[in-house]
Design a protein around this ligand. Structure first.
Ligand code: ARG
Ligand code: GLU
Length: 725
């Protein structure tokens, strides 16, 4: 008994000891110093310099930030780019209509002339990275306030980048690491002409949709293909017919060799945000208050959208992206809460915090930090009501409802200083009218207003709400909102179009009295005046604590290797391909197969239907050259690689740096890895490269795309005589 509790305590306080493999998202330029030895001990056969080299071509030259929200990689010398289906989703949706439904049916360009341009989409490469910590700190005046510090760093960073890139077409940014204790500059090259080349039907690319999202075992072929174009002079250029395919300095060979459990694997990409050094009090609030609140609100919105999407194809296409993005984090937060509880994250943090207090109280320079958790608690408690009010408003006003943001645009008309300004603002809104209402259904928006706004008003304390909203509270609040919706112009495209036929003066007058315009503006001003300032004021105080805490932590445990939280910068994470056992008596294998995919098939279902051709090919076991040694077609696999949102589309590489898979998700049991990584339950999920190639080649008959790729096969065993010769 005694021994067991000693062991438990040892396990729980492991969190500040040197991180070993699996956990951590590492900066490519520091791999040689911090990670190479361990990576090679785990089986990697290449060097840190093969992965990142500022001067010669290296693997990093194949990695792009895809539109700033996902990762993509070069898989041919002609700029062919691989990313997830859900990353290309917005682009695929924008080319889709009820007649040409590429979301449902997929799309394969037969030649370069059929590759489809996407306004606003870009591919950004990292040229090189520089540690500018000393330079930034030198420029920062002593005693600068926390709020000014952030702005100043921003400005200093911009200056550095400008100086560094002068006379080139490069761009860049400086980002802060370890909560404002270190700074790195990233020099970038951005290509704005990125065209859609291929996408499987959603029944493959989104197989299992939201039921299977964040789940293992998984069978989703979550990939799509794009191509990066450049100007004829080799420089980045906006879309033009004269543009030619980009020629990357490196493209990833694709391996058909597969993997075994225990094999080394690494993921290279742009993880968005993690918070691995949060104090226990913050995790308590997140699990008890913040996550439940946002989960509940999203649940309400999803139910409404789902009802209409299932009934109407046009609405299904219009709301596909927005539904997917709301559903995604709704489900992630549920998994996160469960995972934090089951991994005993709060207890583990509390123990680590006790160790920390003990250590720093004996250190001359960090004595004050022994009290830091009391300070944390005070600030987090003070911030909580604002955090909740902010969350509700931002979710409702900027994510779920399309009109509050639109009302802000109309404010330019209502508040115009001159007739000229007013006319100009109206002209702009007129030009944007179709775009605003493209993915808009009155039926859906009406129900969202009618149900979510009363819900919001019931959940948030009146102190933080607009007075006009509070005045609507009561028994038939939903009926009142409903009639306001139908009395409004800005919620109804037809009515608004008719109004816009009239004189600008009349338009401005009508909108200024529009009930939904008024309510939207009131809600916005209440948020700005009663919530925003307080919330961010406390946030700045917290930032200072985070910075002090991190600095003290690194000083208190000098033998530990710390890794910085994700911040949308380029990182490498590595570990092993392996299954896991998340709970008593349950254990998962490391890969799935076509047999398992077909076993999930539900004819006609919107999540688990399959194309007839797929069923036929599976039935014939027509797996081409893509079967594994057991004659199965592998579909997805998992590894202990520490990833997060933004790592979607990142390549999974083997010990030789060849692509074996495409990262697209994490297993639900481990979604708390953003806050508390635990190798026993955290796994990232990848599509097997062989399934991707099978889909392109055998299923879609687009094998011509494989001609430009570099495929790596198992060495063929030569017959004895041939060797003897
Ligand atoms: N969970 C994955 C990620 O975080 C995939 C999301 C795709 N969206 C969806 N609702 N299925 O991005
Ligand atoms: N699907 C996520 C993305 O879009 C990656 C999964 C994760 O959060 O780990 O980046």
């Amino acid at each position: 008994m005694k021994l067991k509790s000693v062991l438990m305590a040892a396990l729980i306080s492991l969190s500040f000891l040197p991180t070993k493999a699996d956990e951590g998202m590492w900066l490519p330029l520091l791999l040689g110093e911090l990670n190479e030895a361990e990576m090679q001990a785990m089986g990697m056969r290449i060097t840190a310099q093969d992965i990142y080299d500022a001067n010669n071509s290296s693997i990093k030259d194949a990695i792009v930030h895809f539109g700033g929200f996902c990762t993509g990689e070069m898989i041919s010398p002609e700029g062919l780019l691989l990313t997830n289906h859900h990353c290309g989703y917005g682009a695929i949706q924008s080319h889709s209509s009820v007649e040409n439904d590429y979301l449902t049916d997929g799309y394969w360009a037969k030649n370069k002339g059929q590759e489809l341009p996407n306004e606003g989409l870009y591919a950004m490469f990292i040229k090189y990275i520089v540690d500018v910590t000393d330079e930034v700190l030198q420029e920062l005046p002593a005693g600068v306030s926390e709020e000014d510090r952030e702005k100043l760093i921003q400005k200093i960073g911009e200056g550095f980048v400008e100086q560094e890139t002068e006379g080139t077409h490069y761009g860049g940014y400086v980002r802060s690491f370890f909560n404002g204790n270190q700074f790195f500059m990233f020099i970038t090259e951005t290509f704005p002409d990125v065209r859609l080349v291929g996408a499987p039907p959603s029944s493959i690319g989104k197989y299992g949709a939201d039921t299977d999202n964040w789940m293992w075992p998984r069978h989703t072929g979550d990939f799509s293909l794009f191509r990066v174009y450049m100007g004829p002079d080799g420089l980045p250029a906006e879309y033009s017919e004269d543009n030619v395919p980009y020629r990357p300095k490196h493209h990833l060979p694709i391996s058909l060799k597969g993997y075994e459990p225990g094999d080394f694997s690494m993921v290279f990409g742009f993880p968005g945000r993690t918070q691995e050094y949060l104090p226990s009090v913050a995790i308590e609030q997140l699990t008890a208050e913040v996550n439940p609140a946002r989960i509940e609100l999203r649940e309400e919105a999803l139910a409404i959208m789902d009802k209409y999407m299932r009934a109407d194809d046009e609405i299904r296409i219009q709301y596909a992206s927005s539904f997917a993005s709301i559903a995604n984090y709704w489900k992630k937060w549920i998994g996160e809460n469960t995972g934090l509880r089951e991994s005993r994250a709060i207890e583990r943090k509390r123990n680590a915090e006790a160790d920390f207090r003990q250590k720093v109280s004996e250190m001359k320079n960090f004595k004050d930090e022994a009290n830091i958790f009391a300070e944390y608690e005070k600030l987090y408690n003070k911030q909580l009501p604002y955090a909740l009010a902010r969350n509700y408003y931002v979710e409702l006003g900027f994510r779920m409802l399309k009109t509050p943001g639109y009302a802000l645009d109309w404010a330019d008309v209502v508040n115009a200083k001159s007739g000229e300004d007013r006319d100009e603002a109206i002209a702009k809104l007129k030009a944007d009218l179709d775009a605003h209402f493209k993915n808009y259904s009155e039926l859906v928006e009406h129900d969202l207003w009618e149900k979510l706004v009363p819900f919001y008003a019931s959940q948030v304390n009146d102190t933080y709400l607009a007075e006009s909203l509070v005045a609507l509270k009561g028994e038939n609040m939903d009926a009142k909102i409903s009639s306001m919706f139908y009395d409004s112009y800005i919620t109804q495209p037809q009515k608004l179009k008719e109004l816009l036929e009239g004189s600008p003066k009349k338009v401005a007058k009508k909108i200024s009295k529009d009930p939904i315009y008024q309510l939207s503006m009131d809600m916005y001003s209440a948020y700005r005046s009663k919530v925003y300032g307080e919330y961010y004021g406390i946030e700045a105080e917290l930032d200072l604590l985070h910075r002090r805490y991190m600095k003290a932590l690194m000083a208190a445990f000098p033998d530990s290797t710390f890794y910085p939280d994700a911040n949308s910068t380029l990182r490498v994470t590595y570990g092993q391909v392996k299954g896991f056992a998340p709970k008593d008596a349950v254990s998962y294998q490391h890969y799935t197969t076509m047999d398992g995919l077909v076993a999930k098939y539900v004819p006609g279902d919107y999540e688990f239907d399959l194309p007839k051709r797929m069923l036929e090919l599976a039935n014939e076991r027509n797996y081409g050259q893509y079967a594994n040694e057991n004659g199965e077609l592998p579909i997805c696999f998992i590894a202990a690689n520490h990833t997060t949102g933004g790592n979607s589309g990142s390549p999974a590489l083997d010990a030789d740096g060849n692509l074996i898979g495409l990262n697209f998700d994490r297993a639900w049991e481990g979604t708390m890895s953003d806050i508390n990584y635990d190798v026993r339950r955290c796994r990232n999920i990848m599509v097997d490269a062989r399934y991707i190639l099978w889909t392109v080649d055998v299923f879609a008959g687009a094998g011509y795309l494989l001609d430009e790729m570099t495929l790596v096969r198992k060495p063929v065993e030569e017959p004895e005589e041939a060797v003897a010769e």
